[in-house]
Design a protein around this ligand. Structure first.
Ligand code: OFO
Length: 172
């Protein structure tokens, strides 16, 4: 496997692992603050990020590279507000999108069209995740200090009634 592509893929593995840990910390905070629907949503999101990581690990190994399993960094345990949680989540996803775009760029530079093709799933997934984070953040801003609104949002997150504003990404 091309060394630059392998390095970039391993870097992405690290980012997906750190996303999973970050959202797990958010889920735990939400659970401890009575936001059970939000916690359920974030636990699921954390699992999805772990799946993104595993998909990359398997791809690197299947193509003759060596996947590097990163160590764990401790994410924050306290968050100020629900708005703060989703603001951080959106910023984090924007960083992940940038890193995926860089990885796609490395694939093109190195003429690795197989990895380029594989990465298109992540490009679509990022579109959805960014849209979803923005939708939730907009709702939180609309709700402001209204406790009834917060209750309904939490319930909607539990039943996944809030969906991204774009179509579904390609399935794994
Ligand atoms: Fe939400 O980041 Fe994975 O790809």
């Amino acid at each position: 496997m091309n060394t630059r592509v392998e390095e970039a893929l391993n870097d992405q593995i690290k980012k997906e692992a750190s996303s999973s840990q970050f959202y797990l910390a958010m889920a735990s905070w939400a659970e401890g603050n009575g936001l059970n629907g939000t916690a359920k949503f974030l636990y699921k999101h954390s699992d999805e990020e772990r799946f993104h990581m595993l998909k990359l690990v398997k791809f690197v190994n299947e193509r003759g590279g060596v996947a590097i399993i990163p160590g764990l960094e401790t994410p924050p345990k306290e968050f100020q507000t629900l708005e703060n949680v989703f603001q951080l989540l959106l910023e984090h996803e924007l960083g992940v999108t940038e890193s995926i775009n860089n990885l796609v760029d490395v694939c093109l530079q190195e003429k690795d069209y197989t990895t380029h093709n594989f990465m298109q799933w992540y490009v679509s997934e990022q579109l959805e995740e960014e849209a979803l984070a923005r939708t939730i953040l907009d709702k939180i801003k609309l709700i402001g200090n209204d406790k009834g609104g917060l209750y309904l949002l939490d319930r909607d997150l539990e039943t996944s009634a809030i969906q991204p504003a774009v179509g579904p990404a390609a399935q794994a």
